[in-house]
Design a protein around this ligand. Structure first.
Ligand SMILES: [Zn+2]
Ligand SMILES: [Zn+2]
Length: 264
């Protein structure tokens, strides 16, 4: 696979091109992420393959969760959406092993990879090359792309209609380009995959909306109100978030409403 030898940040999983001369990862030196106290360290896809594989878990007929096992970097998950006119990988993980490539190909391959925000960019170029697919990134996050190649389509504005009623919404907040995908047909009143545009608490009763979750940097109140309004305009009852435990079925809209009501 092309890019097997390229360096990957061990903290966040971002892969860098051959000619990257900076000593530090642009994602981890940003105030929203953190550099380990022991300093920057790197690995490669080749090395990751030695001790890791990808765990595939079925969530429903049209949705699969992909996780690096044992856990690596932020522990983020990617979600594979199976759709009639073409599958979409929602966000990305830094490992692409043979078993996973075969699995995705038996499900019809990938038509696109769409991102919530830069904490998932990983080795997206390797993924796009492998499946010969488009990468959708909101244009407000263009500056955070380290290694995307010619596969990226930067999309502008508030919304982008894809196919089969799938729709991207740029919400902002955590990152200016922070986006979610709406899948109206995945549950009775619609499903949202949100990355960490909002962050579900372990109690499963509250969504936080912050500039940085690990560093606890809040957003201004007017931003919270703006984001609240955006979620109010969309129809949904189900939300899948950043981590595997962040699945909310049936009553997601009520939880989001009561969460925003807590900001006075
Ligand atoms: Zn990093
Ligand atoms: Zn994030």
């Amino acid at each position: 696979m092309n890019g097997n030898h390229l360096k990957i940040c061990t903290e966040c999983g971002t892969q860098y091109p051959n000619d990257y001369n900076n000593d530090l990862c642009i994602i981890c030196k940003d105030e929203r992420q953190a550099m380990p106290q022991s300093g920057q360290t790197w690995t490669t896809h080749e090395k990751l393959l030695e001790k890791h594989s990808v765990k595939i878990k079925k969530i429903n007929e049209h949705l699969y969760e992909l996780l690096v096992n044992p856990g690596f970097s932020i522990g983020q998950r990617a979600l594979l959406i199976l759709s009639e006119s073409g599958n979409i990988l929602w966000d990305c993980i830094p490992l692409l092993d043979e078993g996973l490539v075969e699995f995705i190909n038996t499900k019809g391959g990938l038509k696109a990879i769409a991102f919530s925000h830069p904490h998932y960019y990983s080795n997206m170029k390797m993924w796009a090359e492998t499946f010969n697919c488009t990468i959708y990134i909101h244009e407000n996050d263009r500056q955070w792309v380290a290694n995307g190649g010619d596969f990226i389509e930067y999309w502008p504005g508030n919304q982008l209609e894809l196919w089969d009623q799938l729709k991207l919404h740029n919400i902002g907040g955590h990152f200016e380009g922070s986006s979610i995908i709406e899948i109206p047909w995945m549950s009775e009143n619609g499903t949202l995959l949100i990355g960490d545009t909002m962050y579900l608490s372990p109690s499963m009763k509250h969504f936080a909306t912050m500039r940085s979750y690990p560093n606890r940097i809040p957003l201004p109140l007017h931003e919270i109100r703006r984001i609240e309004k955006r979620f109010e305009e969309i129809q949904y009852d189900t939300i899948y978030g950043f981590y595997p435990y962040q699945n909310v079925n049936n009553n997601a809209k009520e939880i989001v409403r009561s969460s925003f009501a807590a900001y006075q």
